[in-house]
Structures are given as C-alpha cells and as structure tokens.
Write a new protein. Structure first.
Length: 594
C-alpha cells in the first residue's frame, strides 16, 4: 500500500485538522480502498462465492485481513446472509462473480430492497480491457454487450455503478453512504483488472450520518405533529419495519412513555417494540388483528404512523382502517394533513417531538388480553401445531434472535416475545429459504446471542446446504424444522391433497452429520410432545436440530384462514379454490371479527 499522502490546496493552514482529513488524499489501490470503506462503515465480514472475476479482490482481502471472508454455498444464500447480518449490525455486504453469481444473488438483493435492508452487493466483473477491445468473455450473453446485469440491478437497488479508476474514489463512498442512508441495497461492479490499481482516495475515514434536517422544515413539521398529538384524546402510534431500520425504536418507546400512548406494530415490525413494554398493545392487521391493537388503532383520533407500507398480508387483506387523522412519518419525509415535509430526518423528527410534547399523566396503559388459552396436551399422542407452539412459547427467553420463514411457522407471529428479543422475518418479500441464509448472517454478526430458526421442510429444502457453513463456523443455533411432507401453507390456497404440494421426505435430522462429519450437533426427530420436551431440555452448547413430524393438514387457524383469504384475492370468484375439498380450511373456523 502506498501512503503517499499529500495535501490538496491550502485549506490545511486555516481549518481544524479533523475537518481537513477529508481533503487529505493518499494513494491506495481500488480494492484496498473498497475494503477499507466497508470496514469503516462497520462491516466486518463479507459473504459470497469466489469466481475468476472477483479473485483479485479476494486476494487483497486475504492479504490485508481487512474483512473476514465467509464463503457460502451459493450466492443466493450470501445475499440472505448479508441481509441477516445487516438486520443486526446496520450494514451487510456480499461478493459475487459476473452474471452467474450476480443473478443468483438478485432475489435476495431484491428482498433487501423490499424489506428496506442496506446491503452492498459487489460483483467482480469482466475486465475493462475486454470492454475497451470488444472481447467476448464467459459469464456474459456472448453478444458483445456488457450492461445486462448492471441494468437488472438498477431495478432492485438504490444505486448501481460500474467502477473505473476515475470514478472509484467517489462512487464507492456514494454507494455505501446511499445504502446506509436510504436503508436499501446498492450494487457495484468491480472490473477484474482494476482492483490492484492505485488511485487517489481520501485519507480520512468514511462517516455515516443521516443528512441534517432543514431547520425550518423540521421546526414546522414537529410543531404540526405536536399540535395534533396534544389535541387528541386517544393518540396512538403504529410502527412498521422502518422504525427498526432507522433505529428509532427507543425514541418511539420514550415518546409513548412520556405521552402515555399505546403502540401497535404491523407484522413486518414484530419485536421492534419490546413486547413487554407497558404501552405495547400487539399486532395491528385489520380484521385479523389482536383485539386491543385493532381497537386502539381504529378508534384513535390521532395516529402517528412510522414507515407504514400496507400490503394484503399486513392489513388483514385490506381491512385495515387507519383514522383520517393519521400522521405518516417516513425515513426522510412526513405527511401531516395536507402538508408534506421534505428534508426532515426521522430520528431528528422523533427526538424533537419527544422533547416538545407535554408529559401526560391521565392515561393508563391499555390492558392487553393475555395470550391465548392453553390447551391440555396428550403427551404421547401425535404432535400437533397447537401443542408445538405452546411449547415453543415456553422455550423463548429474553435476548433470543428469532427467524421465521414462510409457512405454518408463521404461527410464531402469535407468540409473545420476552424482553430484548430480535425478530427476523421477510413478510413483504417472502422468499422461502430466506431464513436459513439470514440465520448464518445474524450468527456471524452476533455469535454470542441465542438464535432460534423456525422453518418448514419446503422452505428449508431451498437453502438447506447453508447449514454446513453454520456448522463450519461452529455456531450454536437451535433449528426448529417442521416436517409436514410439503407446502402446507399452500394447501390453504389450493391443492389440499394435490401432489404438487408434496415434497421429498429427507432425513432432516441426519443433515448435521452429513454437513459436518464430526459435529457435536444434537439432532432430534420428534413425533410427540414428550419427544419435543426432551429436545427442548438439551443445553445450548452446540447446534440443536429439532425435526418435528406433523400432519400435512395441521396448521393454526389464523395461518390457514389467511391462506384461504389469499386465494380469494389471487384467483377471484371464478377460481378453483371453491371446488370440493381443494383447499385446506381451518379445522376450527376462526370466530368472525366483532
Ligand atoms: C422462492 C419462493 N418460491 C415459492 C414460494 C411460494 N411458497 C410460499 S410458502 C411455500 C411453502 C412453504 O412450505 P414449508 O416451508 O414446508 O412450510 P409449511 O407451510 O409446510 O409449514 C411456498 C412454496 C415462495 N414464497 N418463495
Ligand atoms: Mg412443510
């Protein structure tokens, strides 16, 4: 590395040194600079799969030790891992190779866009030499064009670029800062013949900060919010995932505490507000809400919503009814009545509102109905979903990180989380298999916390091989896999007994041994509640893998009912879902909403 630092201009003589470090430049290779910037942005690990086009950068990573390389079995899993890592740390990154790797990863990167998760996807790409000379290369369409993958990523990222020696110093910073500020993924192609070239780069570190709000806009916006909240008799707060992404949960709880107002979340934000917080009233999901949450939101005369992005599965199939007087705050803008405020930053807005609102003393926390009545269980009879989730409820402890995949495991949304838990899901994007990759990422970010994965056999089959990476790094999660012979949640849409919803019956419990010969992992295949209790009493000093065998037609009523309603939306009144016995329905129908 050449540290030929020199000073640009004569500013140095007049300004404080710290400010000036920004203007001090030094020579550094493009690859080293990129790795350094990622590290300065808080990234400690890079996920991905090697390929000839990215090996140059990988060698630099190896030589400098700037980041720790976590090789994954596929680029799709690397994208999920980077997402899971970013959920815990605030920024994740992956490295793939041109075309084949980039397109394998694009599902996960699109998911990060949908879920507002900042990740940096770096593709080692074809050399600039080949572009200059028009040389056909592998991992391309062999049609003399170079931009297909860059163009594809334009649709699933907040910013994308092909790096060159001219733009690298500014574009690397622009992309990393954009990802972090917008809470969205970015994509950069690093041509394979430039990672070792030295360019002039800033010597000072990258600073990640949200832009400061416009002073007048912030003041006016906060005044308007405070005026409405103070005038209301039943104000309430509704939280979506951005409250987590912009890290404002503590401000929201402080606000709820000061004003004595209830807080509900939508299911994309489960766990963002500590569920033991006295003002927490549960998940709002239209007619499919927990009753106190529904009443709180729909009878509020001033709702303060944070990052609300409704879709069918977060609104009880569009039955959500937010009050007319709803303030809509987002990461960088706010709507209050007819006014729209730009250039305001969520954290600044919330801190200023918190400071300005008066203390309320006359509103008691709402009482939330206690968790569903417990059923008595036949301990040696076939394991049912009802008994399973009851046992899981007792297993979760404060500080756990929980992962949920698509499927009947959605029942996890109905459990009450102890204090300080983190909940990782992908409700908007919902790509099956996400949770296994995300688990690897989160374990890498926070290996000392206890991680619990809840996944169905169908979802698991998509990304199962990443369990080997988890074992390779000696992580100690608990994997709760439901073996119900296929896609039960889909049977609630269509195909109750059709073969297309069946899958191969793997010996799931044997997989830890397959993936890591000498593993100390404890595997359990359980068919009764008694067996499950045995697995749950195992110590967490190694991976615990619990395969629970259950009936393909067993699912909690809210899960099946949601699938049934989904079929109505998906196929319409002429759809085949109304034919005799073609759809799995709740065994005990849900009580109609009041
Ligand atoms: C990548 C992707 N492909 C297909 C789907 C459609 N899909 C949603 S849930 C599901 C089945 C999940 O089955 P499983 O994980 O076994 O859960 P179960 O309901 O059986 O507990 C499928 C195929 C999807 N969401 N994502
Ligand atoms: Mg299944």
């Amino acid at each position: 590395m050449k540290w030929g630092a020199r000073y640009r201009g004569s500013l140095l003589a007049f300004s404080p040194l710290l400010v000036l470090r920004k203007y001090v430049v030094m020579k550094q290779s493009i690859g080293d600079f990129l790795l350094r910037r990622l590290k300065e942005a808080g990234v400690r690990h890079l996920f991905g799969v090697p390929g000839d086009y990215n090996l140059e950068l990988l060698q630099q990573l190896h030589d400098t030790g700037a980041l720790q390389w976590i090789g994954t079995c596929s680029e799709l899993n690397a994208s999920y891992a980077a997402d899971g890592y970013a959920r815990l740390t605030g920024l994740g990154a992956l490295l793939v190779t041109n075309g084949v790797g980039a397109l394998s990863a694009i599902n996960g990167v699109a998911g990060a866009y949908s879920e507002h998760v900042p990740i940096v996807c770096i593709a080692g790409s074809i050399p600039l030499r080949s572009i200059d000379r028009g040389l056909g290369m592998h991992h391309t369409m062999a049609d003399g064009t170079w931009d297909h993958f860059l163009d594809a990523y334009a649709h699933v990222t907040a910013a994308h670029v092909r790096l060159t020696p001219r733009n690298a110093a500014t574009e690397i910073d622009r992309l990393i800062v954009t990802a972090w500020q917008e809470k969205l993924p970015v994509y950069m192609e690093l041509p394979s013949d430039i990672a070792y070239l030295d360019i002039e780069v800033p010597e000072g570190p990258l600073t990640l900060a949200q832009p400061r709000s416009d002073t007048e806009r912030l003041r006016s916006c906060v005044a308007a919010i405070v005026q409405r909240l103070s005038a209301a008799t039943s104000p309430a707060i509704l939280v979506d995932a951005d409250a987590d992404r912009f890290r404002v949960a503590s401000e929201l709880m402080a606000l709820a505490d000061k004003m004595q107002v209830p807080v509900a979340v939508i299911n994309t934000a489960k766990g963002v507000i500590d569920e033991t917080f006295p003002h927490y009233v549960g998940i709002y999901n239209g007619k499919a809400s927990e009753p106190t949450a529904r009443d709180t939101i729909e009878t509020s005369d001033c709702l303060f919503s944070i990052g609300y992005r409704p879709i069918e599965v977060t609104t009880g199939d569009f039955t959500a009814l937010l009050p007319a007087n709803t303030i809509r705050a987002r990461g960088h803008s706010v709507d209050v009545g007819d006014d729209n405020y730009q250039a305001v930053t969520l954290k600044e807005v919330l801190r200023s509102v918190l400071e300005a609102v008066p203390h309320a003393r006359n509103r008691a926390p709402r009482r939330v109905a206690s968790v569903a009545a417990r059923t008595t269980v036949d301990r040696s009879g076939q394991l049912t979903q009802a008994a399973y989730w009851q046992a899981i409820q007792d297993y979760i402890r404060p500080g756990d990180v929980l992962f949920v995949d698509n499927g009947t495991s959605y029942a996890l949304f109905g459990l009450k989380l102890p204090a300080s838990c983190t909940f990782v899901g992908s409700v908007n994007w919902g790509s099956i298999g996400y949770s296994v990759g995300a688990l690897l990422g989160a374990l890498t970010a926070a290996p000392d916390r206890r991680h619990l994965l809840f996944v169905g056999d169908g979802s698991f089959q998509v990304t199962a091989q990443e369990l080997s990476t988890i074992l390779r790094h000696d992580h100690k999660p608990v994997v709760f896999l439901i073996n119900n012979g296929g896609y039960t949640i889909e049977r609630g849409y269509l195909g109750k007994t059709e073969r297309y919803n069946d899958i191969a019956n793997w010996a799931y419990g044997d997989l830890p041994k397959v993936f890591s010969r000498d593993t100390s992992a404890r595997s359990f295949v359980v068919k009764t509640i008694e067996g499950l209790q045995g697995a749950l009493s195992a110590p967490n000093d190694t991976m615990i893998f619990v395969e629970s065998v259950m009936d393909p037609h067993d699912a909690l009523a809210p899960v099946t009912s949601s699938s049934n309603k989904g079929a109505e939306l998906d196929y319409g009144p002429r759809g085949p879902q109304y034919r005799e016995n073609l759809q799995l329905r709740p065994a005990v129908p849900l009580a109609p909403p009041a």
